[in-house]
Ligand binder design. Structure first.
Ligand SMILES: [Fe+2]
Length: 301
């Protein structure tokens, strides 16, 4: 455990009190959380990430004595909401570390590095998707070939007509699960039928994961492809540099990442990621469960 035996709440308390975000950054994050923006993401550059050791070869060898990046990331996360994790993501870690691992190449997961991922909202099928993702870049890809793409629902709706927008609120798609203990990238039918758009008509929330969505007809299957193409047509590319903090509104934007090269020499790309939700107290009220690690609830509707 690279954070030693420090309890998470102790780390979080230090983050709130000692995180290095400037007052301007804090205002920008709060403004983004409360008001959003048309592009669906916020990029804050040149953050203090402290001393970053060589990029490790795998999570078992991850040792990072300087916690400044973790404190900064948790400070940003606390401004966005409550920090959560999922059992299926990095074994429920509240701070996920991503770097190329030789054995995990070509898998369709966040640990992969040479597979292009399609535009998606995180945990689209989950009862409790993250409201926000926060990504802190500790080291850029050595060839600067890793590109994060973000497609906001507002930009998508600029090119989707009103009739199709109505359809996206009404038509349900079966969101499949890729959560298997034995293998990655499986597709399990949990009967999670949901529309792609939900919430306010003028400012909708988005649920999109084309590779894990099934339609009830060939026509609706084509609609998934159309929406996917529209998302790509409005997607904005971001190349993360060391010290960049990228915050994505996961209910208002889809994201993807390009393939990139890895060298396994300690200089590979390294990203730290957290999730925030906006309604943890409501969840605790409903479930009586205060855990920050939120599993699938297969029987919930
Ligand atoms: Fe993702």
């Amino acid at each position: 455990m690279y954070l030693g035996s420090t309890p998470f709440d102790t780390l979080l308390d230090s983050a709130i009190r000692q995180g290095a975000l400037t007052t301007t950054d804090i205002a920008d994050i709060l403004h983004f959380r409360i008001f959003g923006n048309p592009q669906g993401f916020l990029l804050l550059k040149n953050q203090d990430i402290g001393d970053v050791p060589a990029t490790p070869a795998d999570r078992k060898t991850l040792i990072k004595p300087d916690y400044r990046s973790e404190l900064l990331l948790l400070q940003a996360t606390a401004l966005l909401g409550d920090s959560i994790g999922y059992p299926q993501e990095s074994d429920g870690s509240l701070i996920n570390n991503f770097f190329p691992q030789a054995g995990k190449a070509r898998q369709l997961s966040s640990a992969s590095f040479d597979t292009e991922l399609d535009l998606h909202t995180k945990n689209a099928l989950h009862e409790v998707p993250p409201d926000f993702l926060a990504l802190l870049c500790l080291r850029a890809a050595p060839r600067d070939d890793a590109i994060t793409y973000i497609a906001s629902v507002d930009k998508m709706l600029e090119v989707i007509d009103a009739e199709t927008t109505d359809l996206l609120f009404q038509e349900s798609f079966n969101f499949l699960s890729d959560y298997c203990l034995s293998e990655k990238s499986c597709r399990i039918d949990l009967g999670r039928h949901r529309p792609m758009l939900y919430g306010q008509r003028d400012r909708p929330y988005l649920r999109l994961d084309p590779h894990f969505m099934l339609a009830r007809s060939a026509r609706m299957q084509r609609l998934i492809e159309e929406i996917k193409e529209i998302a790509w047509s409005v997607a904005q590319p971001v190349r993360l540099a060391a010290g960049d903090l990228l915050i994505i509104d996961n209910r208002r934007a889809a994201h993807a990442r390009s393939a990139f090269q890895a060298q396994f020499d300690g200089r590979d790309r390294w990203i730290q990621r957290t999730f925030a939700i906006s309604h943890q107290r409501q969840l605790i009220g409903e479930t009586g469960e205060p855990s920050r690690i939120i599993g699938l609830r297969p029987h919930a509707q």
